[in-house]
Design a protein around this ligand. Structure first.
Ligand SMILES: *[C@@H]1O[C@H](CO)[C@@H](O)[C@H](O)[C@H]1NC(C)=O
Ligand SMILES: *[C@@H]1O[C@H](CO)[C@@H](O)[C@H](O)[C@H]1NC(C)=O
Ligand SMILES: *[C@@H]1O[C@H](CO)[C@@H](O)[C@H](O)[C@H]1NC(C)=O
Length: 308
């Protein structure tokens, strides 16, 4: 009995320790779209894949996900604190100079130690380039093509989350503590997750599939129908990542940071005016991820990497 109690207590303490560990991991640093944002981005993209790309994606995914890319799109957030993957942690975002409201690759795309290319824009180029060797069948053994696919899919979501290309001193809004309606949050998290979850609750009965279908309807024949062609415009990957990152910091300044101060309460006004922007960024991320995958795996010889 005593022994059992001891065991129970041990495992209880172990559990508390584990919880603490998970909480620390969970609250650590800048994250991309929430799990919901990433899943929607990847589901939108997968539906837009042409046959060659759809086949390549299926071949690269582990069997247990049954060909569902979105099941693993959150993976890079889950492993970013593991020792083996610590090098990936600066690849989720870009810190730009406070109030500059623009993006300059040479100035901004580096990790905190100044190592060049270690930011979300550099990562997208890197993994696009790795995947472009898949077609040749001589894929470079140094690179794990499955990981390249998962990283690319995740980072295409991140670069479209406006507060992912944010100011340096507030860590993309992470240190701006505020209230979202009645509960505590921070500006980064409002853009990662709060707006999406509030929309799901208010308008879609918490059904993320309905929300995603509404986004898809709005670019197949709704309000964004005429914009999709321009979203997909992309000469080479370097020009494109620069354009996407610049869009994000522009939105972050105009809609994210504008009028916001620590300690404020954000509610209906902020939610209603920002919701359409969040939805559009998710749509653009999905459409553009499909565009990149269709080109790297596709039958055409449009090369989007060699010029970099
Ligand atoms: C590119 O990926 C390789 C691993 O596949 C990694 O070692 C390198 O740091 C990455 N660079 C960037 C900019 O993502
Ligand atoms: C590639 O990476 C995945 C995910 O980390 C891993 O499960 C798989 O074993 C790796 N494949 C090779 C050939 O190393
Ligand atoms: C889709 O467009 C309609 C009409 O403008 C709008 O009311 C709705 O909020 C949009 N939905 C999403 C998810 O963007």
């Amino acid at each position: 009995m005593g022994f059992c109690r001891g065991l129970l207590r041990m495992s209880f303490l172990g559990f508390v320790w584990f919880l603490g560990f998970v909480l620390i991991l969970d609250s650590g640093g800048v994250q991309g779209w929430s799990k919901e944002g990433h899943i929607m981005t990847c589901q939108i993209a997968q539906e837009l894949l042409e046959p060659e790309a759809a086949h390549a994606v299926k071949m690269l995914l582990p069997e247990n996900v049954n060909g569902d890319l979105s099941a693993l799109c959150v993976w890079p957030d889950q492993i970013r604190h593991w020792y083996k993957y610590r090098w990936t942690s600066s690849l989720h975002f870009i810190d730009t100079p406070d109030e500059a409201c623009n993006f300059d690759y040479d100035r901004d795309c580096h990790d905190p130690h100044g190592v060049k290319d270690m930011c979300v824009a550099g990562a997208i180029q890197n993994f696009t380039s790795q995947l472009s060797h898949y077609r040749e069948g001589t894929s470079d053994r140094r690179y794990n093509m499955t990981e390249a696919l998962l990283f690319l899919s995740h980072f295409m979501g991140d670069i479209h989350q406006p507060l992912h290309v944010g100011f340096t001193s507030d860590e993309g809004g992470n240190t701006i503590q505020l209230r979202w309606f009645r509960h505590k949050s921070n500006l980064h998290h409002v853009w990662d997750r709060e707006i999406i979850l509030t929309a799901a609750t208010d308008y879609y009965g918490k059904d993320m599939d309905l929300l995603e279908q509404d986004i898809e309807g709005n670019f197949t024949d709704g309000i964004w129908h005429d914009d999709v062609a321009s979203w997909k415009e992309c000469g080479n990957i370097f020009t494109c990542v620069n354009k996407w990152a610049a869009e994000s910091i522009t939105i972050a300044c105009k809609w994210g940071y504008k009028g916001v101060e620590s300690g404020m309460t954000l509610n209906d006004d902020y939610f209603n005016s920002r919701l359409p922007i969040v939805m559009k960024r998710i749509a653009q991320g999905g459409v553009r991820l499909a565009m990149v995958l269709n080109r790297v795996f596709g039958a055409s010889d449009e090369d989007m990497v060699s010029a970099t």
